[in-house]
Design a protein around this ligand. Sequence first.
Ligand SMILES: NC(=O)c1ccc[n+]([C@@H]2O[C@H](COP(=O)([O-])OP(=O)(O)OC[C@H]3O[C@@H](n4cnc5c(N)ncnc54)[C@H](OP(=O)(O)O)[C@@H]3O)[C@@H](O)[C@H]2O)c1
Length: 281
Amino acid sequence: MAQSRNVIITGGSSGLGLALAEALLRRGDHVLLLARDAAKLAAAITGLREKNPHAQVDFIASDVSGAQIEADIARAVQTLGGLDLLINSAGILREGYFEHLTEDDFRRTLDINFFGAVRVIRAALPWLRQSRGKIINISSVAGLTGVFGYAAYCSSKYALLGFSETLRAELKPQGIRVQVVCPPEFDSPMVDALDQGRTPENQAHALTIPKLDLPTVVNAIVAGLDRAQFIIIPGVQTRLMTFGLQHFPGISRWVSDLRIRASYRGPTHQPKPVQKSGSGA
Ligand SMILES: NC(=O)c1ccc[n+]([C@@H]2O[C@H](COP(=O)([O-])OP(=O)(O)OC[C@H]3O[C@@H](n4cnc5c(N)ncnc54)[C@H](OP(=O)(O)O)[C@@H]3O)[C@@H](O)[C@H]2O)c1
């Protein structure tokens, strides 16, 4: 059996973070979940222990956008007894027409999805240097292409991708490996909330890239962990779509524009609030 790793997963109480925790615990890793809602974290731990009575799993309730995160990461590493792998999965989504998104929507999204990862990584670096560990940042296909309704979200995921690319180059000489994941839409509580009120144009545009089930995304990440690839793109169809985006961007935009035109309502026709996905988003 492979050597057990000490792992912190931000956003570990739900969706992708929780599913990754389950997969890594099965492998024998010691995992610490970090998210804001302590009750949700406790329920997540109970569920994980029910599935795997030998699971070495802990949690710390903390906000990646809060001032205490540095101290909480130190506490997390102390609980684990070291740190080999850091997964930044904490994220929120605010979907809506640009005209309906406020500056606060942009700031909040960037503060959690981008600056949250920056803060957590800065705090974790001393221990990752010691272990010559790994960092996995969860960006999105929305970090590779613009998506209708995701002005704030795409900004945060593009920023995370650019940051990860730079960090990869800077940390490699120190023995720390950085990878970034760009999944398409997959089943999770974030998407369940989104589906309750997304704009029709977002629905049409997002589905130009087929949705995946959660296990497919988890398997791609777990397999990618043991490979050298920097960008992990789960799903064959997603990889084909992103190849198209990179090499034939004009055609990709033309297809999206056609879909958007067919469903277009626009900000003046739908004066409804911005859709907030993720608890406390
Ligand atoms: N679902 C998709 O289709 C999709 C596609 C591509 C990329 N992604 C990305 O994948 C990641 C996971 O998404 P998901 O779908 O699994 O979402 P999810 O089920 O809503 O989980 C989000 C997690 O992040 C935590 N979180 C949110 N804000 C936080 C904060 N300020 N500090 C600490 N933890 C925080 C949440 O717990 P609390 O609310 O209790 O803090 C929760 O554990 C996100 O980065 C998302 O952008 C998702």
